[in-house]
Design a protein. Structure first.
Length: 333
């Protein structure tokens, strides 16, 4: 699999969205806000190659003498964060809580070694190679944020206000959203993984939760009144699209709670939700292992296991889905 260049969408008044041309792990949306007095990014691509492409597209849209000197990171997953290394002098803004997730994930070089040195015959090795092999972090150093905040942070870029809101634990422990009132837009990070009939997306993956917090964060997105919503992954949405996403989240939450009450283990609950085939158009259904596992941990008060343990369970369910008669094969309705 190769990764081709992203598409740049002009959202008006100096705001652009950079959208990867395909769905899948690690292919996140990013934003560029430009004024005559400066420019900033909202999130970054996963590796230096993609980040270099985004930087080249950004440079085409900058006035003379203006540089991208600030990056707002919606959360500390590498696919929104690690590309900031192509802007070594930029201010990098994250929530204070994001530090916890930075320490949870492998470093870029550790992840590169896991992907390239794994045994492709094993479920985990094969899964990592297939979904993360196209990225290159061999020379990527860890990104160090320069500005941490709690609560609300309001910036000004030229004439444009930039309102940044920290969120309770949801997708990760350090999420934020960016409201741009002059552009009537919100960048949600991975609070929203979007899908439309014309451009199906992937199942969300949530590492922290509970899902009630994810749903509440989506409601906060709607509370801004913005008409344009740029999700962490997938196509740009209107307000109705966010409401549709809330319906999905409520469904997963209800099924997770029902299976938990019935004493069904988390991974088996994920298999059963996949098997219900409620959203057959969405890719990567095995990611329900992570989201439902996170919901179970919230219900049980247990700690998040190591990322490799979680991803091993994801990979095992993915391999089951590849089998024609596998128990987790979804039924389409």
């Amino acid at each position: 699999m190769s990764i081709t260049r992203g598409d740049v969408v002009d959202l008006g008044r100096g705001l652009y969205a950079w959208l990867p041309p395909k769905r899948g792990w690690g292919l996140a949306n990013c934003g560029l806000l430009v004024s005559p007095r400066g420019a900033l990014w909202i999130d970054t691509p996963y590796d230096a190659v993609l980040a270099g492409q985004f930087l080249a597209e950004s440079t085409k849209r900058l006035p003379d003498g203006v540089h991208v000197d600030r990056v707002i990171v919606t959360h500390a997953n590498g696919d929104h964060f690690w590309g900031a290394g192509v802007l070594p002098d930029a201010e990098i803004i994250v929530t204070r809580e994001a530090r916890e997730h930075i320490h949870y994930e492998p470093t870029p070089k550790q992840q590169h070694a896991l992907v390239t040195a794994g045994n492709p015959a094993t479920p985990l090795g094969g899964y990592l190679a297939r979904h993360f092999g196209p990225f290159d972090w061999s020379r990527t150093e860890p990104v160090v944020p320069t500005t941490y905040f709690t609560g609300e942070l309001e910036l000004t870029l030229g004439e444009y206000p930039v309102r940044i809101s920290a969120l309770p634990p949801a997708h990760t422990t350090g999420d934020l959203m960016v409201h741009l009132p002059a552009q009537d837009a919100v960048f949600t990070g991975d609070i929203v993984f979007s899908s439309t009939p014309g451009q199906p997306g992937d199942h969300p993956v949530h590492w922290a939760g509970p899902l009630s917090n994810v749903i509440a964060a989506c409601e906060r997105v709607l509370d801004t009144g913005a008409e344009t919503v740029v999700p962490g992954h997938g196509p740009i949405l209107d307000r109705a699209g966010v409401r549709d996403h809330i319906v999905y989240l409520e469904y997963v939450r209800e099924r997770a709670h029902a299976f938990h009450t019935a004493g069904i283990p988390a991974v088996e609950a994920a298999r059963r939700v996949i098997g219900e085939g409620r959203y057959p158009e969405l890719g990567l259904p095995e990611r329900l292992v992570v989201t439902i596992g996170s919901e179970y941990r919230q219900l049980d008060g247990t700690e998040l296991p190591g990322v490799l343990q979680v991803m091993t369970e994801v990979a095992e369910v993915a391999r089951e889905l590849e089998q024609p008669d596998g128990p987790a094969r979804p039924t389409k309705r």
